[in-house]
Design a protein around this ligand. Structure first.
Ligand code: TRP
Length: 327
């Protein structure tokens, strides 16, 4: 079975943008591939953060992932800092990564532009990401468009390391390819920007239904539909896109007709969306409550995931160090 690896930052509870854009795809893939899913806390510390929050956010992310359908008995789910080989290989890769490539990364430019003082770790972020993937010699990496440039760099690092240290004609590290998620990127409730926790335009995956409705009710729809009697254009409406993600095909079709003919107002449409979301999210919330009620089991799951990951990672690192003349 080909191997996949993907990582997610420990931002706490998942929001429906992460869920639709990434995690739902992981759930669909976890039995088709030998799968590794990693909560990347070492990546999270490259920007300012609160130590007391990080541990909780890491746990909450694990709970959200399991609630969303990641099955720790079908894949390897683990926390990055519990497998020290990640940082060890990252150091090694730093020695074959051209500085210019790191400075060219769009995400680095965006994130560093917002910082007063820029940590070297932010620049080296994609090197750690390459180490994540290559430790497991993953063939495919399920990610969104925004990670494509980081993956190109992972391939470049694999090529450079192979050229320098692997025997001629038998590359040690495979060049990992992105496996792009089928879902389009989900916009925030403001309809302005991608759904993102830092912008406060999200719906939490585990959010109370009352709060979900309070957020949906005022959410931006088709900006051209001003009066109730104006016919709308579903294709430019964020709520319609959410219907496409959550509602059955027949409902999606019906919604489009009601919108174009002004049969429904936007609130009618949102009520139907709310029902569709509830159908998918209620069981997820129930599962999360169950995981939370058995916190010790969560520790065991994460310890077992780290042990399994580590057995592979340690073997890779042993071979790598041998080929590099390290002791
Ligand atoms: N940089 C990724 C993101 O922000 C997270 C990540 C870290 C990752 N390591 C990874 C994704 C390895 C895929 C593979 O989304």
């Amino acid at each position: 079975m080909p191997r996949i690896f993907s990582g997610i930052q420990p931002s706490g509870e998942l929001h429906i943008g992460n869920y639709l854009g990434a995690v739902k795809n992981w759930v669909a893939l976890q039995r088709k591939y030998e799968s590794f899913f990693c909560i990347v806390d070492y990546h999270a510390i490259t920007l300012p953060y609160e130590p007391a929050d990080l541990r909780q956010r890491t746990r909450d992310m694990a709970i959200s992932l399991i609630a969303a359908g990641i099955d720790p008995s079908a894949c390897t789910l683990f926390v990055q800092s519990m497998v020290p080989e990640h940082t060890e290989l990252a150091w090694i890769f730093n020695t074959v990564t051209p500085l210019g490539e790191l400075e060219r990364q769009t995400q680095f430019k965006e994130k560093s532009g917002r910082q007063e003082s820029i940590a070297a770790g932010l620049l080296n972020y994609p090197v750690l990401q390459a180490a994540d993937i290559l430790l497991y010699k993953a063939d495919l990496v399920p990610v969104g468009e925004d990670q494509v440039q980081h993956l190109e760099l992972s391939r470049e690092i694999a090529r450079r390391w192979n050229a320098r240290f692997a025997p001629e004609g038998s590359p040690y590290f495979p060049e990992p390819k992105p496996l792009l998620a089928p879902t389009r990127r989900i916009m925030g409730l403001d309809g302005q920007a991608k759904m993102s926790k830092s912008l406060g335009n999200t719906i939490g995956l585990l959010e109370d239904p009352k709060d979900v409705w309070e957020k949906l009710r005022p959410a931006v729809t088709d900006p051209k539909r001003v009066r109730r009697t104006d016919p709308g254009t579903p294709e430019i409406c964020n709520i319609y896109h959410l219907h496409q993600a959550f509602s059955p095909a027949a409902t999606v079709e019906h919604v489009a007709v009601q919108c174009r003919t002004a049969g429904w107002g936007c609130i009618d449409c949102k009520k139907v969306l709310f029902e569709s979301m509830e159908a998918e999210l209620r069981p997820i919330r129930e599962r999360a409550a169950e995981v939370r009620a058995h916190e010790n089991e969560l520790d065991e799951i994460l310890a077992a995931g780290a042990a399994r990951a580590r057995s592979i990672a340690a073997e890779t690192l042993r071979e790598v160090k041998h080929m590099m003349g390290l002791t």
